[in-house]
Design a protein around this ligand. Structure first.
Ligand code: ADE
Length: 252
């Protein structure tokens, strides 16, 4: 996957370029990131990319021209038809399904805005899609772009090393992930669940699935309402609920 990122702060992206899973994906060539700084395309001697809003009001607005020039330069190196997406709180909210869909694309251009916003005419004329990472406001699109890049990279073939991991993440099957444990066997007076020490892979699989279902029921019942459960899942969730209720009753 190749991503052209238009940003006035390319160094912020060191976080994804040099660390962890995304850093490895860059090193192995699975992920290609290139940066286009609108300041390099500004026409005045101060390399200005923002100006006061027409009509007054607080904050500054990113000017259309330097952004358009940076986008045009990025488009030139990308295949014909490559789509341009902007990160903003007004965009379509990202979720697992959308991330998986976007991760299929071979090339994309991401525009990360700053200041109070981007001149609307640039958005209308040069941007195809708008994405949000949640209903809150960040100081700029860079962190949101990095969130997207990280989440999409997890879906690239071979990016995780262990092919199983992405398939077992939360949300993949519409459920939250189960808990995880490593050494020591006892910590803060709590033991690792015995079943995980049993070596019985089928039992462990069922226990994890049951935990996953139970957690989703307790923490995100909205996800369960949308999930189509198999017979096994339905009966494991039933078991979890029964045990949970029994446990609650014992406590009172
Ligand atoms: N830029 C500012 N806030 C944002 C958000 N919530 N999602 C994506 N981009 C943003």
């Amino acid at each position: 996957m190749r991503i052209e990122v238009v940003t006035i702060f390319p160094p912020m992206f060191d976080a994804v370029t040099h660390y962890g899973i995304t850093g490895r994906a860059v090193d192995s060539g699975r992920l290609g990131l290139r940066f286009w700084n609108p300041r390099d395309y500004a026409s005045d001697e101060y390399r200005r990319v923002d100006d006061r809003p027409y009509g007054g009001g607080p904050g500054m607005v990113m000017m259309a021209e330097p952004l358009a020039a940076a986008l045009a330069a990025a488009r030139k190196v990308a295949p014909e038809g490559t789509r341009v997406g902007v990160l903003s709180p007004q965009g379509r909210r990202l979720d697992h399904a959308l991330v998986t869909e976007l991760a299929q694309r071979e090339h994309m251009i991401l525009l990360a805005g700053r200041y109070e916003g981007i001149d609307e005419r640039l958005l209308e004329s040069a941007v195809d899609e708008e994405w949000s990472i949640g209903d809150y406001v960040l100081s700029g699109g860079e962190l949101a772009a990095m969130v997207m890049i990280d989440a999409m990279t997890r879906q690239l073939p071979g990016a995780l090393g262990n092919e199983q991991s992405a398939a077992q993440d939360s949300f993949v099957d519409g459920l939250l992930d189960c808990g995880h444990f490593t050494r020591p066997v006892e910590f803060a007076g709590r033991r690792v669940p015995e079943v995980l020490l049993s070596g019985d892979h089928e039992k462990i699989r069922r226990w994890r699935l049951k935990e996953s279902l139970g957690r989703t029921w307790l923490r995100r019942p909205d996800l369960l309402a949308d999930a189509k459960l198999s017979e096994e899942q339905t009966s494991l969730l039933e078991e979890f609920r029964r045990e949970y209720v029994e446990h609650q009753e014992k406590q009172t």
